[in-house]
Design a protein around this ligand. Structure first.
Ligand SMILES: Nc1ncnc2c1ncn2[C@@H]1O[C@H](COP(=O)(O)OP(=O)(O)O)[C@@H](O)[C@H]1O
Ligand SMILES: Cc1ncsc1CCOP(=O)(O)O
Ligand SMILES: [Mg+2]
Length: 283
């Protein structure tokens, strides 16, 4: 005879997968408005990622529009990928207003260690209380140590698993959930550490997949701001699942880009429950 498993007795992996599915359903039904102040490279893929997940993206970045627009959004994504001095005031104003309006905002510190200007900008943005910081391993290490020169540019020269301590100390210092993408996506609140074991290596060969998953995290925290740790791990895992399913149809990076978006749009409950793979990692 099969024993019935009550929700509280379900194994951790099943609870993570059910929660990820519930959050994706919430995005599809609520279509949260997500403001993105992002780099020129990522605008298209980021907007299409949010749309295929069911969210509503708006790439609105002029400082003049922020007082009217930002309070009406459900979450904000700030990405410094093609930073120039005249964009920084808009990023800061939007971050401040998001906080004041009780909306979560998410930071992508692209190439944080590439220059002093960029690192200082990222550190100033961290002071404005992002709910989540998501970067690759080199970016999180650079930000955590506040040091430049540890990175090639926008791509990582470290493995995500090598950035666990840096992520934990950045989370403790900033109060943000910190996520490190890579072969295993790491998520920490400074105490707990989980790994999302989804995705395929070919995702690194498409520009702006990292930027896009950060925006997807913004959509997940928009529908569950109180549980930003769980929402962040879910977003990373769901994006990875879309990559795995897209890879089954792809011939290379260009077709993976297309099939990843189609797969994210078409994910059903069975796909999510069978593929989401989030586990606790040793602290
Ligand atoms: N070796 C890998 N195996 C599986 N998924 C990966 C791998 N490397 C990166 N990814 C996935 O690709 C996406 C972008 O991550 P990453 O390349 O680390 O970000 P960035 O583009 O900011 O450097 C994430 O969803 C991540 O999980
Ligand atoms: C290539 C490049 N140069 C400046 S921003 C950017 C895109 C980076 O995207 P991602 O961090 O998602 O790889
Ligand atoms: Mg990146």
């Amino acid at each position: 005879m099969e024993m019935e498993i009550k929700p509280s007795e379900k194994p951790d992996s099943t609870r993570w997968a059910s929660n990820a599915w519930a959050l994706l359903c919430a995005i599809r039904s609520q279509s949260p408005l997500i403001q993105c102040i992002t780099n020129f490279v990522s605008m298209d893929l980021m907007a299409n990622t949010l749309l295929s997940a069911g969210a509503s993206p708006a790439m609105i970045h002029s400082v003049e529009e922020i007082p009217d627009f930002t309070p009406h959004t459900r979450a904000l994504c700030v990405n410094v990928g093609t930073l120039s001095p005249n964009w920084l005031p808009a990023m800061k104003a939007a971050a401040e207003l998001a906080c004041k309006s009780g909306k979560p905002w998410v930071l992508d510190p692209v190439a944080a260690g590439a220059s002093g200007f960029r690192l200082r900008a990222c550190l100033e943005l961290v002071e404005l209380k992002p709910c989540v910081i998501r970067g690759n391993a080199s970016e999180i290490i650079a930000l955590s140590r506040a040091s430049i020169g540890l990175t090639k540019g926008v791509d990582s020269s470290h493995e995500s698993i090598d950035a666990v301590e840096a992520a934990k100390s950045l989370a403790q210092a900033s109060g943000a959930i910190v996520a490190v993408s890579g072969a295993v996506d790491i998520v920490t609140d400074g105490e707990r550490v989980v790994g999302a074991h989804n995705g395929v290596p070919m995702m690194q060969r498409i520009t702006a997949t990292g930027c896009s998953v950060t925006a997807l995290i913004a959509a997940f925290v928009a529908v569950d701001p109180v549980n930003a740790f769980e929402a962040t791990a879910s977003a990373l895992s769901i994006f990875g699942v879309a990559g795995e399913m897209g890879m089954n149809m792809a011939k290379g990076p260009a077709t993976l880009r297309m099939h990843l978006i189609d797969s994210l749009y078409g994910l059903d409950e069975a796909d999510v429950l069978s593929r989401v793979n989030i586990t606790s990692l040793p602290r």
